[in-house]
Ligand binder design. Structure first.
Ligand SMILES: Cc1cc2nc3c(=O)[nH]c(=O)nc-3n(C[C@H](O)[C@H](O)[C@H](O)COP(=O)(O)OP(=O)(O)OC[C@H]3O[C@@H](n4cnc5c(N)ncnc54)[C@H](O)[C@@H]3O)c2cc1C
Length: 415
């Protein structure tokens, strides 16, 4: 008889888990309290970035966090609040902001990101997964020589430690490479192995494909309680009735910590809020996706739209979209792009990233419930890491060996 799996959460991670579990012949149901692909996986930047091996836990991150308390408009901001779980999260995060811990986390991210990028190349060959996927690299663009020189140290580190080499493009040559940029910029680094796609289109196409293969997706279905017996989950109580299966995968993104007590394990995930604005095409449309580290923004050109995204707010589950944040996104692109805004704003959005205090995802079995698996905590890289996560979960359910460093991302590392 075919094993059944219920996946809680239909974001990039839940959908990718469904793909690889179905591929193994499992009977898969995905439930979501909202819409499939409707939360943090809807309007992010869409970058698939093997270049992003450096975690958020860098040695200078704590100083930036403290400064932000006094700057309500900082891109990286911790809203002052007396919430025990956030204070503990910040403390544990701060403890990991050393060079040694940063390098350990980078090593893990490097192998996960590489594996996932290869899986995407395989998956997105399927024309049914049409989602504006473009393999044309990523530009890290700098306005000042100082910022460009500072990044040179990061580039050297990435090259020497991980063989991730980028081409340096001088300011004078930059317009030939990317005509949408202004002509007075210091320069850019180009990472040719990065790619990008339109996240909402990926979710829609992937869900449709999986439905044709027999995966069930149930929207507006909230898991409210978890029943257990003999060290196993026996049933989920949901807003649409009870569900039971042989295995349960929890891919609940930023909401994951609310499941910790029921799953009898620690799940230190905090919502890290970001925003995006998507506009119709400006007169001069960029041809490459770009990051502007001095302003902390990402710019993504799609077939029919331009997106600017940024910000990292630790403010709990605040669901407002303050107009100043959208203006800030558009203003931040002005020092770089000839036409930073398109004629019509099509979408303004926020998403709560599932942030862990060690910048690594949480993938694996829980210690005390033998049929419960976690697939969460993907921080700023959930799109990039979706296939490798889905494959790892399928391998664990099948009790197959896996190539990825599972110990470093196991839920048991917090116990
Ligand atoms: C501005 C911004 C830009 C970003 N850009 C990129 C990028 O370019 N590349 C990249 O790799 N990543 C990027 N990210 C990060 C990425 O969006 C996230 O890491 C990713 O979306 C997380 O996916 P997820 O499936 O874990 O979570 P989500 O997409 O949030 O999905 C979790 C789902 O679980 C459901 N759920 C929760 N609790 C329950 C429950 N009790 N019952 C039923 N359902 C439940 C929720 O409704 C939700 O739909 C960006 C994020 C932001 C905010």
């Amino acid at each position: 008889m075919t094993d059944s799996v219920v996946i809680v959460g239909g974001g990039h991670i839940g959908i990718a888990c469904a793909h690889y579990l179905q591929q193994d012949g499992r009977d898969v149901t995905v439930v979501d309290q909202g819409e499939i692909g409707g939360a943090c996986s809807r309007a992010n930047c869409g970058f698939i970035v093997p270049s992003h091996v450096l975690p958020l836990t860098t040695p200078d991150a704590p100083a930036q966090g403290i400064q932000s308390i006094f700057q309500p408009r900082a891109a990286f901001r911790v809203k002052p609040q007396l919430r025990g779980s956030l204070i503990r999260w910040m403390w544990e995060f701060g403890r990991r902001c050393t060079h040694t811990r940063m390098m350990e986390a980078s090593g893990t991210l490097r192998s996960l990101l590489d594996a996932s990028a290869s899986q995407y190349r395989e998956l997105l060959r399927n024309p049914e997964l049409e989602c504006d996927w473009q393999e044309n690299g990523m530009l890290f663009v700098f306005r000042t020589s100082k910022a460009l020189d500072d990044f040179a140290r990061t580039d050297t580190l990435l090259t020497s430690e991980y063989g991730l080499s980028a081409s340096l493009i001088d300011g004078a040559d930059l317009q030939d490479f990317e005509p949408a940029l202004l002509d007075d910029l210091a320069g850019a680094y180009f990472y040719e192995d990065d790619s990008h796609l339109r996240p909402d289109r990926l979710n829609a196409a992937w869900t449709k494909l999986l439905e044709t293969r027999g995966v069930r997706f149930i929207e507006q279905c909230r898991v409210e309680a978890i029943e257990k017996s003999n060290g196993r989950i026996s049933r989920l109580q949901t807003s649409q009735g009870d569900l039971s299966a042989d295995h349960y995968v929890f891919a609940a993104g930023a909401w994951s910590s609310s499941l910790a007590a029921s799953l009898e394990c620690e799940i230190p995930v905090e919502p890290g809020k970001g925003y995006s604005v998507t506009m119709t095409n400006p007169d001069t449309m960029p041809t490459h996706p770009m990051l502007m580290p001095e302003k902390h923004i990402g710019v993504t050109p799609f077939d029919d739209g331009l997106r600017i995204a940024s910000m990292m707010e630790f403010a709990g589950f605040d669901s407002s979209i303050p107009p100043f944040r959208i203006e800030q996104l558009q203003d931040s692109a002005k020092p770089f792009l000839k036409n930073p805004t398109g004629p019509v704003i099509e979408d303004t959005w926020y998403g709560w990233r599932p942030m862990t205090w060690d910048s690594l995802p949480i993938i694996g079995r829980t210690a005390d419930l033998s049929n419960a698996l976690l697939a969460t905590g993907h921080n700023m890289l959930g799109l990039s890491l979706a296939p490798v996560t889905g494959k790892a979960i399928a391998d664990l359910v099948a009790e197959r060996p896996t190539d990825i460093p599972l110990d470093a991302v196991a839920p048991t590392r917090f116990s």
